[in-house]
Design a protein around this ligand. Structure first.
Ligand code: HEC
Length: 158
């Protein structure tokens, strides 16, 4: 009986260790999903930009900002698992190998954290509806996207 409980407990622990969220996704799928997440955020950034340049429709801006914040907060770090530093499963990637280096972990974390804070702030500011404040918060998110790309994404012509 005791042995059964012990072996069951070990089985549960082993299962938990073996199945973090990313381990269930093949590397090629992780690459595909993270690219989809970024593309989806870019689409929503474009919608906010259009609203800032033309008629400001607060409802549209709120929806787009919430979509960006939701993707930003979805735990995309789980899509940078082992084997996703190069093409996998027929999916090319533009991630730089630097993103995976332990000595850069702190900087990756800082950039990701700044991006999250900016995305959350944009969603909050959008809900308040002040166009000038949205402009500033939108600019901050754009800068956060760019600072990660400059460090950790290859250029198109690389
Ligand atoms: C923490 C770093 C980081 C942040 C923050 C970030 N990106 Fe990226 N982005 C990347 C990396 C790395 C890639 C390359 C992914 C790949 O090819 O596997 C990428 C790829 C992309 C792509 C190309 C997707 C594709 O289909 O190949 C777009 C578009 C993009 N990002 C837009 C954005 C926008 C817009 C934001 C901000 C709202 C943003 N990114 C924030 C790192 C980041």
């Amino acid at each position: 009986m005791n042995r059964l409980i012990a072996s069951t407990a070990i089985g549960v622990i082993a299962a938990a260790l073996a199945s973090p969220a990313s381990a269930e996704l093949k590397p090629g799928d992780q690459i595909e999903y993270r690219q989809a997440g970024y593309s989806f955020m870019a689409w929503n950034m474009g919608k906010i930009k259009d609203n800032l340049q033309g008629d400001f429709n607060q409802e549209q801006v709120i929806k787009a900002a919430n979509a960006i914040a939701a993707v930003a907060n979805s735990g995309m770090g789980a899509l940078y698992g082992p084997g996703t530093d190069k093409a996998a499963g027929g999916h090319k990637t533009r991630v730089k190998p630097e993103l995976f280096k332990p000595e850069n972990a702190e900087e990756v974390g800082r950039i990701a954290h700044e991006f999250l804070a900016a995305a959350d702030n944009l969603a909050e500011v959008a809900a308040e509806g002040d166009k000038a404040a949205v402009q500033t918060a939108f600019g901050d998110v754009g800068k956060a996207c760019k600072s990660c790309h400059e460090k950790f994404r290859l250029n198109d012509d690389d």
